[in-house]
Structures are given as structure tokens and as C-alpha cells.
Design a protein around this ligand. Structure first.
Ligand SMILES: O=P(O)(O)OC[C@H]1O[C@H](O[C@H]2O[C@H](CO)[C@@H](O)[C@H](O)[C@H]2O)[C@H](O)[C@@H](O)[C@@H]1O
Ligand SMILES: O=c1ccn([C@@H]2O[C@H](COP(=O)(O)OP(=O)(O)O)[C@@H](O)[C@H]2O)c(=O)[nH]1
Length: 473
């Protein structure tokens, strides 16, 4: 195998002391890059006020070269906050109502993808394998092909792929659909996403599966579309299960965790951890918790919901609106259900570092993960990995998270139904130790066997095994 070139919008850089960033994807992809040697290309995290962002900057670490490009403020506005996060993100999470399409943002999105392609061209050598990540960069392979690149190019979509009727609501859906056909291997989080993608090709009349046989494998397909043959497969992303479990076990006596334990004074802890994003269903979760309190008056004063929700994408109006919505709802529940010696919801609008988070997950009797739709949701997996095997907590998980397809021991709920969420919380809190252990063991074994290294290796192996289609388009 040749070198590897990873391309993503955000690049997890090592810090000034050369330490790699913590966190699954960054660690696994760095490890794979170290093995093969290669380049990680993406946005530097800096934007410049006007015009051309200037030349790329380069940093080396071991066998990895980081090649970074600034973006202009206009690029950020149109490509990142505009088309990526106000059109693709809401639509792919089935929120047509929140999608704000504009021709200007669409132009910005394709302009930045062309700029990424131009800047990548001089870096690509004939045997390199290129791995592109996520919805910000769907058109990149098409741009590279236009410039004559015949290398293997893979893509992994971290967020869901929507059903056809939702995708088709986007004015330029055909360009996005076609964009993926320029890759050699397209990875999705779940079989549902792959199935939705194939249905879009079929409904549009532009492509289909080309395998023989009457019973297609729901997790893989060879596809023919737009004059190209390529492969699509599901690879549910994992976490660093073993390391995270060790981190959680080692964090039980850290200050953050002992302070929390002391302040709980014997109350049961329920934890929610999410970026402040409408896809995560935080308002619905608070309503579910409120319903739980109303249905179970004997729990009043004996349970606390800790909701950690750092702000995210605050340039986008819908994200700013969420901030006040969550504050108002949490305040309402605390005001109407709380007592002078008990605050039902602790809402923390700040990021919590990994070690403290791991310890807090382990302290919590219930992990409440209720997105309205989510590509995978790593928090669900981290909560499971962090548990004490002798006395594990229970994961309450939305059926609309990719993780629900894998974590069979979770108590599933429909986050749109506050009554169901309320009952799931009560069930989780009253579950016997034997059942908790049983459910946890099954999920933990799964997470150990399907960790982030396995994910990374199987994706790269599948890409290496894919013969690039060098035919005409
Ligand atoms: O880069 P940001 O705009 O600040 O957003 C953070 C990341 O959010 C998304 O995460 C997704 O990937 C996770 C890992 O595969 C998955 O578990 C989750 O369900 C997804 O929402 C986004 O896809 C990333 O590109 C962003 O960097
Ligand atoms: O205060 C926080 C909140 C979240 N996270 C991490 O952010 C990631 C969130 O990933 P997930 O797949 O759940 O959702 P995303 O934000 O990628 O959509 C997880 O690894 C969390 O541990 C964190 O480190 N600190």
C-alpha cells in the first residue's frame, strides 16, 4: 500500500509538545497514518478577513505531514456555516424545516471544494490512497477526477444519509448524489444509511446495485451510477473501548468526580452529554425527564439530571436559538419541580475534558442519549465503556441514533414521545443488578470487538481491496 492522504474539514493537530489529541477518530487515524506515512490535509482552524487565504502551511510529526489551509471569512460563512451546516446538516438529519438553501452558500461550498482539490493536487503521488471525511467535502473526489487523479479515493460519511424524499427537497440534490459516485468506496455508519443512498440512486433512475443474486447483503453493495462502478459499505464507527474503560476506572477519585459525588449526597445521577445541537434532542430530553418526575413523585429529591452541552456552531442562528430554548426549559423544570434543597437539572453549557467525562459517566446510574437523529453517537458507546463491570449503569438510547443498531443491551426509546422517555428512565433506575450486568456485558463485548482501530483497519482494508474504476464518466 502506498502513502495515505486523509482529508477532513477539521484536522486534529498534535499540541505544542507533540502530544496527539485524545479521542477515538484522531487517535485511530493518526495510528494508521503513522504506519503508512502520509498527509493529513484540511482547514487550519483560522480564517482571514478578505480574499485569498494565502499558501498552505505545513507541519511534520513523525511520518505524518499536516498540510493546512486557512479559509476566508466568506468561505466560512458560505461553505461551513452556510451550505454544510445550514443545508446538508439539517437535511441529512431529516430537518427540512431548518434547511436554508441559498445559491450563494452553494457556490461557496463548491468553491472551497475546488480550492481543496487545487491545493491537494501537487501533494498526490501515483500510489497514494486518499480518504476523505464527511459532508463538508462530498464533491472533492469529482474535483480531483476532473484534474486527472486516478488514485483510489474513499469517503466516509459520519452523519446519516437521508431518505430520498428528504434529499430531493434540496435544490441541487443531484450534484450531491452524483458527487459520491466519483469515490471508489463510500462508507456509511449504518445499513439504513446505505439503503437510503441506494434508494436515492434508484428513485432518481441513475444507478443501482450490480451484484448478482436475489438476497443482497444489507451492509455492502457494488453500485453502478453515473457511468462509474464503485463500492459502498457500512462501517459503524467505534471508540477506543479499552483505553476509555481504563480512563474511567482511573478517574473515580479525581476532583471533578469526588466533588460531583459529594454534591449529589446519595442521589441517583442521570447524565446527558452532547454538543448543543438540535439533532441531539436536548429539549425533548428535558421534557421526558420532567414527565418522569411527574409520573414518579417518590423520585423527587432523589435523582439529578446532569446535562453537559457545550455550545457548537454558534454562527448558525438555529444553534443560537437552542441555547435560550434549553436554558428556558431547564429553568422551568427547576423552578416548577425543584425544592429549596434540590435542583432536578444541572445544566452545564461548557465543554468537559475527557478524563472528567469518563469518571462522570461511570458515576451515573443512567446514560440518557436521546438524539432525534444521529450518525452514530459516540457518547452512547463511551457511557457503556466507562461503567463499573460489578455495578454498571443503564444506557437509555434513542432508536434514531446509529448506535442503536449496535448496542442491543440499551433501553431504547422514541425521543419524540416524552412518556416513553419517562418510562425508559424509570425502568433503567429500577433495573435489577443481574439484568444490568447482563445487558452491559453484551454491549461491552461488542464494543471491545468493534473498536475504533477495527473500524479504521476494516475501512482501509476495504479501500485497498477496491479496484479503482478508471473508465470514462
Ligand atoms: O466540526 P464541528 O462543526 O464543530 O462539529 C463536530 C463534529 O460533528 C459531527 O460528528 C459526527 O461524527 C461522529 C463520529 O463519527 C458521529 O458519532 C456523530 O453522530 C456525527 O454527528 C460531524 O460529522 C463532524 O464532521 C464534526 O467535526
Ligand atoms: O463536553 C464535552 C462534550 C462532548 N465531548 C466529546 O465529544 C464527542 C461527541 O461525539 P458524538 O459522536 O456523540 O457526537 P458529535 O458531537 O460528533 O455529533 C464524544 O467523544 C464526547 O466525549 C467532550 O469531550 N466534552
Amino acid at each position: 500500500m502506498g502513502r495515505m492522504i486523509v482529508v477532513s474539514n477539521r484536522v486534529p493537530l498534535p499540541d505544542k509538545e507533540g502530544r496527539m489529541p485524545a479521542g477515538g477518530l484522531a487517535v485511530a487515524v493518526h495510528a494508521a497514518l503513522q504506519d503508512s506515512g502520509g498527509i493529513w490535509f484540511g482547514w487550519s482552524g483560522q480564517s482571514v478577513p478578505e480574499g485569498d487565504p494565502g499558501p498552505v502551511s505545513r507541519r511534520s510529526h513523525g511520518t505524518i505531514d499536516y498540510v493546512l489551509t486557512d479559509l476566508s471569512d466568506r468561505d466560512m460563512d458560505e461553505y461551513y456555516s452556510g451550505f454544510a451546516n445550514r443545508v446538508l446538516w439539517p437535511l441529512f438529519h431529516c430537518r427540512i424545516d431548518l434547511a436554508e438553501y441559498s445559491r450563494r452558500d452553494k457556490e461557496g461550498y463548491f468553491r472551497v471544494n475546488r480550492m481543496f482539490a487545487d491545493r491537494l493536487m501537487p501533494l498526490i503521488e501515483p500510489d497514494d490512497i486518499i480518504w476523505v471525511h464527511d459532508y463538508h467535502l462530498i464533491p472533492l473526489a469529482e474535483e480531483l477526477r476532473r484534474r486527472g487523479v486516478t488514485n483510489r479515493i474513499g469517503f466516509f460519511l459520519h452523519i446519516p444519509w437521508p431518505p430520498a424524499d428528504i434529499l430531493f427537497a434540496m435544490p441541487i440534490y443531484d450534484q450531491i448524489l452524483k458527487g459520491l459516485s466519483a469515490y471508489d468506496l463510500v462508507g456509511f455508519q449504518t445499513d439504513h444509511d446505505l439503503d437510503n443512498y441506494i434508494s436515492c440512486l434508484i428513485r432518481e433512475g441513475v444507478g443501482d446495485r450490480v451484484e448478482e443474486g436475489t438476497r443482497p447483503d444489507p451492509s455492502r453493495a457494488t453500485l453502478s451510477a453515473y457511468g462509474r462502478t464503485f463500492r459502498a459499505r457500512t462501517f459503524g464507527i467505534g471508540i477506543e473501548t479499552r483505553d476509555f474503560a481504563e480512563l474511567a476506572a482511573a478517574s473515580t477519585e479525581t476532583e471533578a468526580v469526588t466533588d460531583m459525588r459529594r454534591s449529589l449526597a446519595g442521589r441517583d445521577l442521570i447524565i446527558g452529554v452532547d454538543r448543543l445541537d438540535y439533532s441531539k434532542g436536548i429539549p425533548q430530553r428535558i421534557l421526558g425527564f420532567e414527565r418522569f418526575l411527574d409520573l414518579n413523585p417518590d423520585r423527587a429529591g432523589h435523582v439529578t439530571l446532569l446535562q453537559i452541552a457545550p455550545s457548537s456552531r454558534s454562527e448558525v442562528p438555529e444553534y443560537r436559538d437552542m441555547q435560550s430554548e434549553v436554558e428556558a426549559l431547564a429553568g422551568h423544570v427547576n423552578g416548577t419541580r425543584g425544592r429549596i434543597d434540590w435542583t432536578p437539572i444541572r445544566y452545564v453549557n461548557q465543554s468537559v475534558e475527557r478524563g472528567a467525562l469518563a469518571g462522570l459517566y461511570r458515576e451515573a446510574r443512567v446514560g440518557l442519549v436521546t438524539p432525534l437523529r444521529d450518525g452514530m453517537n459516540l457518547v452512547a458507546k463511551e457511557y457503556v465503556a466507562a461503567q463499573n463491570p460489578d455495578d454498571p449503569g443503564v444506557l437509555v438510547l434513542s432508536r434514531f441514533a446509529g448506535a442503536a443498531r449496535e448496542l442491543k443491551g440499551a433501553v431504547l426509546c422514541n425521543p419524540y414521545d416524552s412518556e416513553q422517555t419517562a418510562r425508559a428512565i424509570e425502568w433503567a433506575l429500577s433495573m435489577t443488578l443481574e439484568e444490568r450486568r447482563d445487558r452491559w456485558r453484551g454491549m461491552m463485548d461488542y464494543l471491545l470487538a468493534n473498536d475504533i482501530q477495527t473500524w479504521c483497519r476494516s475501512y482501509l482494508q476495504a479501500l485497498a481491496d477496491t479496484a479503482p474504476d478508471r473508465g470514462t464518466r
